[in-house]
Unconditional design. Structure first.
Length: 220
């Protein structure tokens, strides 16, 4: 799974900066084709997936999710646990959560949780939590983050904050498969910041998107 890396400022965002006094929108992390095998020696932010499997790790004590709307964001994995994701999806995940190194650019910081697989079958791929200073850029940020969508991004009804879901370009990572079939995006103004949660995942029923989006919105 490619790490979508740091945050890039697009030409459109620079034009927005010139047009108004608000900071320029920050583009989402850019996908790459770099992949790595699951690192079993890395700390997991959640107990290993339900059920045994090749390469299964001994059970560990899951970290609790962050409090609703924490004053400071320091990592991505606690925002969406493997066990609760499995329950919401109604499937047994072979995934465990690995916190990757954060990246920062233009005052915004992106935290990255890689949901690594033991067996190669994955329903969750990557979760990015991005913190942008200020709260006046939500429409521009949503436009930037949904650029990889191959069709119009649709709101997720019944969820607090600004939400979108869309089908992703299968070739966006340059490997003929992409980094996940669906993007789920939640944007929320919180603690004087704009916080964005971007999750790449396999297609599921709309009620699954609603439940996951509400979890993320509550925690942003």
């Amino acid at each position: 799974m490619g790490n979508r890396g740091g945050i890039l400022i697009t030409a459109g965002a620079l034009a927005l900066l010139a047009a108004c006094s608000a900071p320029a929108p920050v583009a989402p992390p850019t996908p790459t084709t770099t992949s790595r095998p699951p690192a079993t020696d890395r700390p997991s932010s959640e107990a290993p997936a339900l059920g045994p499997g090749p390469g299964s790790q001994p059970p560990t004590t899951p970290q609790p999710p962050p409090p609703h709307s924490p004053a400071k964001v320091t990592s991505a994995c606690p925002f969406l646990g493997v066990t609760e994701s499995s329950a919401v999806m109604g499937v047994v995940l072979d995934t465990y959560a690995v916190e990757e190194a954060p990246s920062s650019q233009q005052g915004a910081t992106t935290y990255h949780c890689n949901y690594a697989s033991r067996t190669g079958g994955r329903q969750l791929f990557d979760l990015y939590i991005t913190v942008v200073p200020g709260t006046g850029q939500v429409p521009a940020l949503v436009r930037e983050w949904t650029k990889p969508c191959v069709e119009a991004a649709a709101p997720i009804a019944g969820v607090d904050g600004t939400t979108r879901t869309c089908k992703l370009n299968d070739n966006v990572a340059g490997n003929g498969r992409g980094y996940g079939d669906v993007m789920l995006l939640v944007v929320k103004k919180s603690h004087g910041q704009t916080r964005l949660a971007e999750l790449a995942m396999r297609p599921f029923a709309p009620e699954v998107y609603t439940k996951i989006a509400q979890l993320l919105s509550d925690r942003l």
